[in-house]
Design a protein around this ligand. Sequence first.
Ligand SMILES: CC(C)(COP(=O)(O)OP(=O)(O)OC[C@H]1O[C@@H](n2cnc3c(N)ncnc32)[C@H](O)[C@@H]1OP(=O)(O)O)[C@@H](O)C(=O)NCCC(=O)NCCS
Length: 275
Amino acid sequence: MTDDEIAELDDWAAQEGWNPGQGDLGVARASDPEAFVAIHQGNRLVGGGSIMSYGGKFGFMGLFILRPDMRGRGLGGQFWRWRLERLRARLDADAAIGMDGVYDMTPFYERGGFVAAHRHLRLQGVARGRADAAVLSDKGRVIDDILAFDTGRFPAPRDNFLRHWLDRPGLHVAALYRGDAFAGYGVARPARNGFKIGPLFARDVVTADRLLGDLLSRIDGRQVQIDIPEINGAARALASKYGLEEVFGCVRLYHGERPKIFIEDVYAVTSLEFG
Ligand SMILES: CC(C)(COP(=O)(O)OP(=O)(O)OC[C@H]1O[C@@H](n2cnc3c(N)ncnc32)[C@H](O)[C@@H]1OP(=O)(O)O)[C@@H](O)C(=O)NCCC(=O)NCCS
């Protein structure tokens, strides 16, 4: 896909109510130039989707959208199967593929070989937080510890991706050490509407609370969304404590072996849209 087509897909995602972060798709493309694929009719875009490869170790399928007038005729299904094969050809043989499916479509993805793992919930509200003097906001000082801490909390190493993710205008980074040990980090980024939190990874709920409170204080009064794994009950309780309420949900599915990560440390995922 060209940059213009990716921008069009971004608009389509907004029309579906998905609210991707500003610049998210550019970051995805910068870290995997082959991540976006399309169907064309002549030179017009008919459908698009992401097929992200994280260094061949983990794949993700997202942003699966057809132009509304082209839906319901079998084209989407054909495109989806083609994307799956194309992504598999770009991954190591034993690499898993993840995706977040809307509830109605889950049976289709299961017929395609994916297995449901758990739900992701989107919670939304108005940012009200409390600044924490111990939280660090200068990413240059903490980037190496962020990259190290991310390992095991996402299914594959993603240093290249994270460096791009953190290098954007308007972004807020929060990191916290407890004693000498790095205890967690979080990010707030501008989206089409308001801000989104993600990722927010912390070794315990007290750290997650301090990071989230500090991030929310920096975007005080703005709409904020956070996407959490439902199976981490502490993440949901924390988001509720800050007055955020469920507005959307989807099912995380995997093709291949379900990745083993410290899901109890995941208080916000990075992106439901493209992976
Ligand atoms: C999802 C989408 C890309 C599918 O494209 P499409 O051309 O309409 O799909 P097809 O006609 O080829 O149908 C593909 C399969 O999806 C199923 N499907 C499509 N829309 C569905 C819906 N709203 N609810 C349940 N199943 C649906 C079909 O039954 C079909 O399954 P089958 O091949 O096993 O019979 C298109 O509907 C779309 O852009 N939707 C809005 C964005 C969206 O929701 N994307 C999915 C996010 S997970």
